[in-house]
Ligand binder design. Structure first.
Ligand code: F3S
Length: 656
């Protein structure tokens, strides 16, 4: 047999606060305590309080002069405070902060609207109290049809909700008001505690064979809870104490769900669970599966009750939604956790509307429990910071890089944050190159190595430079272990010079000599490439020790010597252009990229001192191929065998 106990079962925040107040006063030895109306709709609790001497007064008139009155969670109108003060009666105000907020809102709005509307039960003390704060001038509506009875001449209507009404009723009445009046200003004052309890009850009731709702018959929220559960699970019982638990047919009932109204104290819920242990014994006698122990069930039931929460705790919660600049966190218990945005993140670019991960589980630090506003105030930043220091110390020891976003440029460096902790990056450590303006790093996310850390002094220093250097080294090592002659790379032209170009092959530079740019003659690399071009080059040589790489841009398939070999043969007479001269002969170009040598002895029939004596660059000559070796890229030619060029007489040279 399995028993599921609702996490939201029992006292809501406001009721718990009011009941605790009574017990606090009793513990402090305060005499003659009164509650103005029953502090809670639960006979058992009232009986207990009565036994301790706490009296219930229906009117102030019934309170003795030396009495001490507790105003319950429902709250009261201003006339009650006035009367207490006039009569000099001491009082403690346990009005639920959510109800107090409605008092404040309705007071502020009463002169701004033509008419005020309260959606709720006109006889409920909470509604009576709220109405008091607008001089009892509000229309109180409990059903959409009642909107029809309102005069139609109002223009500006302000609507407030009793904290415990259903959102379904609320939305229907709002719609009806909008249809009738020009301007309807709504104040969504429904308390989520009730809705949460009802949602969870419905979910559990839909999945069990039997449901038990614990609470007094005179508690309206318990009755509502019973109706919801009954609709989901036909075998639903409402009990006020464990004595009212029905007999259970353990053969048929394998799962029992338990929830409780907002006025049910934990001790009654515990008693009911204890009683369930009798089912367990019987079930086991019948050979049923072993049920969880009573203690286990209790632990499970109350582990998330929030009662054990205290300042300084670190707990898990789930991001539920946001309201204004507050992030609401489901702590898995009766109360909502709230993180002010300033306690969520330091990121100035964080957008609560778009960047919040609804449903994400986070760890939070408890700043305040049940504070004056009725919230469990939390901080994510503090957990981040506590954990952040541990992680930073770990990163310092293990040398693991951490990511930071640079948020500030300060004197001497840049500042980034890691889980809210300030990490300083000195200017000398921000790059492996000279940086003239650190602002280029602003808002950038960078990896840093923690090079100094002192938690006491709250000092952390990071270096981006060492990371860059290591990354570079890694890339280089990988490059050098994979390089081979003939391997092709796509590289970026980094710089040009007369002798060639440097090509970045991905962290390592190689030299592309001007002679390797093309098969033909190239005077300067800029004729073919420019800085920034991405080109495909091949390795023709490299030296790992000297870190030198020679590259070529030439493609073997474009090699003009292959064409030359097919086109010419020894003995052919060709036309060629003189392109270069040396002391031992002249080079002539047969085709683009194919030069042959006319040795000085093959130019003229007579001895000439140097080729320039009879030839000039660009001159076209006829020559015979006397030797050809395409593989060695060598062609020897003779001019004199075709048409020898003899030098002109000296006198003629002068007259020309
Ligand atoms: Fe309870 Fe206060 Fe909400 S009394 S139901 S927490 S408004």
């Amino acid at each position: 047999m399995e028993i599921l106990v609702a996490k939201t079962a029992g006292y809501c925040f406001g009721v718990s606060r009011a009941v605790n107040k009574v017990f606090e006063l009793l513990n402090d030895g305060v005499d003659n305590i009164y509650t103005l109306g029953p502090v809670i709709h639960n006979e058992q609790v009232i009986k207990k309080l009565k036994q301790s001497g706490v009296k219930v007064a229906e009117k102030i008139h019934d309170i003795e002069e030396n009495g001490h009155v507790i105003i319950r969670a429902h709250g009261v109108g201003p006339e009650v405070y006035k009367e207490l003060e006039e009569k000099g009666i001491r009082f403690s105000d346990a009005t639920c902060p959510y109800v107090k907020r409605i008092h404040k809102l309705i007071m502020e709005e009463k002169d701004r609207c033509d008419v005020l509307v309260i959606v709720g039960d006109k006889n409920h003390p909470e509604v009576i109290g709220i109405n008091g704060w607008c001089d009892n001038s509000a229309y109180i509506i409990d059903d959409p049809s009642q909107v029809d009875d309102m005069p139609s001449h109002f223009e500006n209507v302000c609507v407030f909700a009793q904290t415990t009404i259903t959102s379904e009723k609320w939305e229907k009445i709002i719609q009806k008001l909008k249809n009738k009046f020009k301007n309807v200003k709504r104040f969504d004052t429904i308390c989520s505690a009730t809705a949460k309890r009802q949602e969870e009850a419905a979910e559990i009731a839909s999945n069990v064979d039997m449901m038990v709702v614990i609470g007094s018959t005179n508690s309206s929220n318990t009755r509502k809870l019973y109706e919801i559960c009954k609709a989901c699970c036909p075998l639903t019982y409402q009990v006020e104490t464990s004595y009212e638990l029905p007999e259970v047919d353990v053969k048929k009932i394998k799962k029992i769900g338990i929830t409780a109204g907002a006025s049910t104290p934990d001790w009654i819920i515990k008693e009911v669970i204890e009683k369930m242990s009798e089912y367990k014994a019987y079930d086991e006698q019948q050979g049923g599966k072993e049920m969880q122990s009573f203690e286990e069930l209790l632990d499970k039931s109350f582990e998330n009750s929030c009662d054990s929460l205290s300042t300084g705790d670190i707990v898990k919660g789930r991001i539920q939604s946001y309201k204004g600049s507050e992030i609401l966190v489901d702590l898995g218990c009766k109360y909502d956790g709230v993180i002010p945005l300033s306690e969520f993140t330091d990121d100035p670019d964080f957008n609560i509307q778009t960047d919040l991960n609804i449903g994400e589980e986070i760890e939070v630090f408890v700043v305040r429990v049940n504070d004056a506003e009725g919230k469990v105030t939390l901080s994510k930043k503090r957990v981040d910071s506590i954990k952040g220091w541990d992680l930073l110390e770990e990163a310092f020891n293990s040398k693991q890089p951490v990511k930071i976003k640079i948020s500030e440029i300060v004197n001497g460096g840049a500042v980034g944050r890691y889980r809210g902790i300030r990490v300083f990056v000195p200017a000398s450590q921000i790059s492996d190159k000279y940086v003239s303006d650190l602002n280029e790093f602003l808002n950038k996310v960078i990896n840093v190595r923690i090079i100094d850390i002192n938690k006491q002094k709250k000092k952390v220093v990071g270096s981006h430079k060492v990371i860059l250097k290591e990354e570079k080294e890694k890339v280089e090592n990988e490059f050098w272990s994979n390089i081979e002659v003939g391997k092709k790379y796509r590289g970026v032209v980094k710089s040009l010079s007369d002798f060639g170009a440097f090509i970045d092959l991905g962290g390592v530079d190689g030299l592309l000599h001007v002679s390797e740019l093309a098969w033909g003659r190239v005077k300067h690399p800029s004729e073919l490439i420019k800085v920034g071009d991405v080109i495909e080059v091949s390795v023709i040589d490299f030296d790992k020790d000297k870190k030198k790489i020679s590259l070529t841009y030439k493609k073997p398939e474009d090699n003009p010597w292959n064409i030359t070999e097919a086109k010419y043969k020894t003995g052919d007479v060709v036309k060629a252009k003189v392109v270069r001269m040396t002391p031992f002969g002249a080079f002539v170009e047969l085709d683009t990229g194919v030069d042959g040598l006319v040795h000085i002895s093959q130019i003229s029939n007579v001895r000439i001192p140097r080729p320039e004596a009879v030839l000039s660059i660009g001159q076209e000559v006829e020559a015979k191929i006397i030797e050809m070796n395409a593989e060695a890229k060598k062609i020897s030619l003779s001019i004199k065998e075709v048409s020898p060029i003899d030098p002109q007489p000296k006198s003629e040279e002068k007259t020309q």
